[in-house]
Design a protein around this ligand. Sequence first.
Ligand code: 6PG
Length: 473
Amino acid sequence: MKQLSDIGLIGLAVMGQNLVLNIESRGFRVSVFNRTSDATDAFVAAHPGKQLAAAHTLADFVQSLARPRRVMLMVKAGAPVDAVIEQLLPLLEADDIVIDGGNSLFTDTERRDALLAARGLHFIGAGVSGGEEGARKGPSIMPGGPASTWQAMRPIFESIAAKVGNDPCVVHIGPGGAGHYVKMIHNGIEYGDMQLICEAYSLFCAAGMSTDEIADVFDTWNEGELQSYLIQITGKALRQRDPETGAPVVDLILDKAGQKGTGQWTLMNAADNAVVVSTINAAVEARVLSSMKAMRVAASAQLQGPDAALKVDRTRLIEQVHDALYASKIVSYAQGLNLMRTMGEKKGWALDLGAIAAIWRGGCIVRARFLNHISAAYRADPQLPHLMLAPFFKDVLNRHQQAWREVVALAVSHGIPVPAFSASLSYYDSLRTARLPANLLQAQRDFFGAHTYERVDKPAGQWFHTPWPEVIG
Ligand code: 6PG
């Protein structure tokens, strides 16, 4: 009798291929299926001697799996996931498990979870982060779905995930769409990190530093408290030369950022929950503004501003930008964590923020040394009201705030856009301002709409209205 596979994977684009190779390398037999059989055959032929089984029809694919069957989808998020599920449904049997490893919208995952559950099947919406390399060598995995299903997938997930020490970078996030939700927040935070790094780069360019000099700064930073995958790849990207011209590749890349939508989803969810994610918001909008290249080029000849050249002491600038980046990054993560906590409570997901920060320490795009401190902060106080008020982070912010505002002031006075640095700083200053001008705002609301207000000298919950003067004309 033919040997049955431990798991099957559908979708052999690069992420899918690498995940298959990762799973197989841990001693599991994997069946593979792709929409085009040529790709399936070519993939299996390219890896002789591996425990792989090619299937040309979904029926054969399903029959090649040991029960309960574990079918992982690595297909494009959106309609393709629904299309594959629809074809799979008549072929699967009770207790089989379908895992979606793509960047699916968490509400789609909830819908699919309900659809499969109604048929006695199980669904896992798993965020998988780490890009192509992570998929092959060990991603960070954020699985959501029933706890029992997690147990069935746990041995495979734990063996293929990245490891930090002995800890696998995977944990059961929560039921339903919780896994894809947390992956969405991961991506929003990723957007924030990337934009903050770009703003640091932009300031160094304005100070006349060469790409190699800037690369040196990122390499040095990667040895310290800013150590992270994104800082590391930034140094490497800046050093890359174009073989044709010998110029730094980054100097030849058009300044129009792309995006697939997970950052925007994060903003929509933040708006739904009235949680401020201003750093991620700035990062998404910076990408949008960057994409308006023709408009920007036209405006650059018409709208005035100061000379952008920074004539400052470079050593000091590098130190200050380091502090501004670190402080802004803390704000960005604090905002993302607040959103996760709010949504987790609303949905009853019981998200463990300390554990989530811990599985982001390896494999994923936002992996960074400082996640150890985030994890520790939530382990020390699971009810932590705000990351910025945790002892470790409070201390960093207090020490870095002066340099941070000097960097933002320098950028503003030279007309250099730093939307994420300044949004983060404004959030910091708003949070530490005991009395904001919202008293006047309440007066305005009461003036034109009799919306009433509370008073500083009366108990909370008592509402007052003033008979404001009439405005003529
Ligand atoms: C990851 C990445 C990955 C991908 C995103 C971002 O965690 O491995 O986040 O999921 O790079 O889709 O893509 P965009 O920048 O195009 O939105």
